[in-house]
Design a protein around this ligand. Structure first.
Ligand SMILES: Cc1cc2nc3c(=O)[nH]c(=O)nc-3n(C[C@H](O)[C@H](O)[C@H](O)COP(=O)(O)OP(=O)(O)OC[C@H]3O[C@@H](n4cnc5c(N)ncnc54)[C@H](O)[C@@H]3O)c2cc1C
Length: 524
């Protein structure tokens, strides 16, 4: 067993990665263990919005919305390749909310983020009213939808944001161990001893503090660390997790223009239609509350969730209420689903359960602490990490100060994306402009490091289709912990979307042979 590290983090989703990054930058020794792939669970299954969440205003979540709105500007600054401004258009549905109420809500939305003392300067345009019968919207919606509102949010690549955050943590000295599951943990004086499993091999690690950032598995990990503790009960004062399944579908692009749509559905839920990977539209999400009996069992979590036929139908119909040309289930080229690990505040309505985060700190006197995270949003991960470290500060009095608001993530060290792209075109004139754009969106200022001295497409190695070449795959393996084909096709890139099934199968076979899993390497 190695020497104890300061912090062992269970879970390589956005929250675990953010805490690892922040803590490592403050001088703590950090180890993060992830049972699958980085961002392999909820953090690659979101709507990919960095947003305040307009509808949360209706639930009076002003603190959460203000914090989230300010984070939009932070993400644009520290990850300009992954995050970009997005205008959202909302058709007015008179029978749901009067126009004055929406204007008032948008006024609040425009300004709430500025009210915080530490709010960054606002660069996003303010909201306005629009005529949906005129360009650029004309002809898209049913004639009854004449009036609409436009407001600003930010869209990002959730999986790559998580990877960039984990990479930043690793660059600051954090040890990131993927395909490594925490089986159990117990206290040994002022240390935790944690049992781990990696490809069937068991080992033990020791840490002065443990962070349980296991997302949907938070209760299961809590039970593994504190088996004697009563599981949190619904309605008790102890935090519990409420799992809400959400599915998305991807269809060929439904409209021209780089804006998104927020559609108020008949059931009072909202459905987003968002521009996705240049040629597609992303539609989501559903919200299905899992029963408590399911939520607390690991078994319910072991099979990755998928979008059901009913959910696909629901999303197509929701869009069809507004768009003249409704997408059909047969148009769906990809779908995915995730489980929101929300803090159970006792609400029966999934849409009304708070998206705010809460912590459970288990720290008996003179014993090593365990901090468990309930709830949260992709948007607020950086603030959640700061708050988590504030809770752990008494055990690490020499820890540095908060620093992540102004330091670029790997690849984010540039100011202007158009300029970055122009420089790449000058440096790599023989590479197709579309490919350079894709690479720049994924790798930002690291694109040149990925490409190296490549002169032309034939130096990129094997072409797998979908804009994926051997050279980039090697980068994913050596710099981003990719260990199987899906890690590459659906999280480090979305190349899988543009590849035919036969191309995906050929890539998977090539990858398994070129990069065999530990224990499967060819013997000499
Ligand atoms: C449908 C949907 C849409 C969403 N849309 C948005 C949005 O647009 N904007 C927004 O801000 N938020 C959104 N969210 C919320 C956001 O995605 C989540 O809050 C966030 O991803 C949760 O991150 P996490 O790190 O807590 O959990 P996860 O990403 O699930 O990470 C937890 C990790 O812990 C690992 N783990 C579990 N047990 C163990 C163990 N024993 N050992 C080792 N590792 C373990 C898991 O494998 C997993 O990778 C959405 C969520 C859903 C489901």
């Amino acid at each position: 067993m190695d020497r104890p590290c300061d912090l062992l983090i269970i879970g390589g989703g956005i929250n675990g990665a953010a805490i690892a990054r922040d803590a490592a930058g403050r001088g703590l020794s950090v180890c993060l263990v992830e049972q699958g792939d980085i961002a392999g669970a909820t953090s690659s299954a979101s709507s990919k919005m960095i947003h305040g969440g307009l509808r949360y205003l209706e639930h009076y979540e002003f603190r959460l919305v203000a914090e989230a709105l300010a984070e939009r500007e932070v993400m644009l600054k520290i990850a300009p390749h992954l995050a970009r401004p997005l205008a959202i258009v909302m058709p007015h549905v008179k029978r749901q909310r009067p126009a004055w109420m929406i204007r008032l809500g948008l006024l609040l939305y425009d300004n709430l983020g500025r009210l915080r003392h530490d709010a960054p300067r606002t660069t996003l345009p303010a909201s306005s009213t629009v005529d949906l019968r005129r360009a650029p919207f004309a002809g898209l919606l049913h004639a009854v939808h004449g009036k609409g509102f436009v407001y600003s949010d930010v869209i990002d690549d959730d999986a790559r944001l998580t990877l960039a955050t984990a990479r930043s943590a690793a660059g600051l000295g954090a040890v990131i161990r993927t395909r490594t599951r925490c089986l159990a943990a117990h206290r040994d004086g002022t240390c935790w001893r944690i049992q781990l499993e990696h490809h069937g091999q068991r080992s033990e690690a020791a840490a002065r503090a443990v962070v349980n950032a296991a997302g949907p598995w938070v209760s299961a990990v809590l039970a593994a660390c504190l088996p004697q503790r009563q599981p949190p009960q619904h309605g008790s004062h102890r935090p519990a997790v409420q799992l809400i399944k959400g599915s998305h579908i991807v269809v060929p692009r439904l409209y021209a223009g780089d804006h998104g749509w927020l559609l108020q559905n008949d059931d009072h839920r909202v459905v987003f239609v968002l521009p996705f990977e240049e040629d597609y539209s992303l539609i989501g999400t559903t919200e299905i509350k899992l029963e408590r009996s399911d939520a607390d069992t690991v078994a319910a979590l072991d099979a990755p969730p998928t979008a059901s036929a009913g959910e696909i139908d629901y999303l197509c119909r929701a869009v069809g209420r507004f768009f003249r040309q409704a997408p059909q289930p047969a148009d769906v080229v990809w779908s995915y689903a995730g489980l929101r690990p929300l803090f159970d505040d006792g609400h029966g309505d999934p849409a009304a359960v708070t998206r705010d985060y809460t912590f459970l700190l288990d720290a008996p006197p003179d014993a090593a602490p365990l901090l468990s995270i309930f709830g949260g949003k992709l948007t607020t991960h950086r603030r959640l990490a700061e708050a988590a470290l504030t809770r752990l500060a008494p055990w690490f009095p020499d820890m540095g100060r908060a620093w992540t608001a102004s330091q670029a993530l790997p690849g984010g060290e540039f100011a202007d994306f158009t300029q970055l792209l122009a420089e790449l075109r000058r440096s790599y004139p023989a590479l197709p402009a579309g490919l350079l754009q894709q690479l720049a969106r994924r790798h930002g200022s690291l694109t040149a490091a990925v490409l190296g001295t490549t002169c032309g497409p034939d130096e990129l190695g094997r072409d797998f289709g979908g804009g994926l070449f051997e050279r980039e795959v090697a980068w994913f393996v050596t710099h981003e912990w990719a260990q199987d084909a899906d890690d590459v096709l659906w999280r480090r890139s979305k190349a899988g979307l543009r590849m035919r099934p036969a191309e995906r199968a050929a890539f998977a076979a090539w990858f398994a042979e070129r990069y065999p899993a530990p224990g499967l390497e060819a013997k000499e």
